[in-house]
Design a protein around this ligand. Sequence first.
Ligand code: AMO
Length: 439
Amino acid sequence: MKSLESESIQNENTMSRIFASSISKDHIGQNLTLIGWIEDFRDMGKIGFISVRDMTGNFQGVLTGELLSTLRDVPRQSVILVKGTIQETKAENFQVEVKVEKIELLSKATNPLPIDPTGRVKSSMDKRLDSRALDLRNYKISNIFKTRSYVLNLIRKFLYSRMFVEVNTPKIIGSATEGGADLFGFEYFSKKAYLAQSPQLYKEQLTLGLERVFEISSYFRAEPSHTVRHLSEFVSVDLEAAFLDYGDIMDIVQELVISTINDLFVHRNKEMTLFENKQEILIDKIPRITYQKCLEDLKSLGEKIEFGEDLSDPALKKLGEIYPSFYFITDWPTKLKPFYILEHEKKPELSRSFDLQYGYLEIVSGGTREHHSERLRNKLLEKGLDPKSFSDHLQTFEWGMPPHSGCGLGFDRLMMMITNSTNIREVVLYPRDTERLSP
Ligand code: AMO
């Protein structure tokens, strides 16, 4: 039997291939080259049909004679280059089909594969994550990551339009300063170093020279929590802006979130339907509910939380029932917030802070910052932190530090909302958690 194996892809001009979604009735009679992965092969004896997927979709090829018998030995998900003439089809799912005249096997897949990439045979999430590269051959899964890339671009464009400058701050840091979360420490030449939990201190310092900055990057937290919304490595969109208050940052976050979701329903409606996301936002304002009001709402539902206590998971789930879409929780007790958050002047027990929630899921956290060096030093002491470990940071507050505010948006969590996923691992290519360190 004649081998289909290609000696060299250089023989064919693969750049001149046409994508599956581009072929139409306009191409009937033309001889074209297509490339893709064999998804399906129906062998009817004298005639065979292949469904081949590329990054844009599937095309159908019709085979007879020697080509048909040769293809019987080629496992599904192998990569083939097809040359043939475009013709009318009786198939319901295709506008046209390719009458195959030549096939070149570019890469043979093993048989059986560890998971069924068409998704017809269901695999556990762990098995899928173990074979993530193959999992992406399922178009429902690859659409999550194409949408993720699209949303990153929207966010960048939005922030540029609001005069934010994109920055990159170090992820290897010399002291475990910010507090609040456990950090991963490691040997750094002869010193001890840590992986950054957020760009908090750097982004605040940068308002001094750049006024408005943002950073999109991975951050690392050694949290032992094993939940569907926490990872040890996650992506955050961090903003920081001089001369803005937490109310202004909420306005920016509101516009960013609403314009992003609305854009998705206009420009990626097919994907949103695929994700079964029905959260069409027509509102132009996200409700702002104080922490105090949340306590009252919870009390009316029989959930008693004392002022100063954090909102537990069950409490957030109950709030999510009252406010199933987006809402801000504002003015948290000062004692629940990190040292850099400013309190209300007349009510120091309350802070100028907010979280953006989507139902029970916290997506953004932010606030107005303390920008007086002396008061910041005192705040550190109040929180049991040593101002000496913050000397580099504190000195920048004596160089004309502007009043400033900012926030961190958990990008993976926003993608959970957009793709209607209940587990953060669905929207992260290679998630890292307490158990998973590979692939
Ligand atoms: P915070 O710690 O609340 O605030 O983090 C900001 C947002 O990041 C997301 N997030 C996570 N996502 C996945 N896995 C995790 N382990 C995880 N931890 C946090 C959440 C959260 O709302 N420096 C402040 C932000 C600021 O004030 O500017 C900070 O890091 O969506």
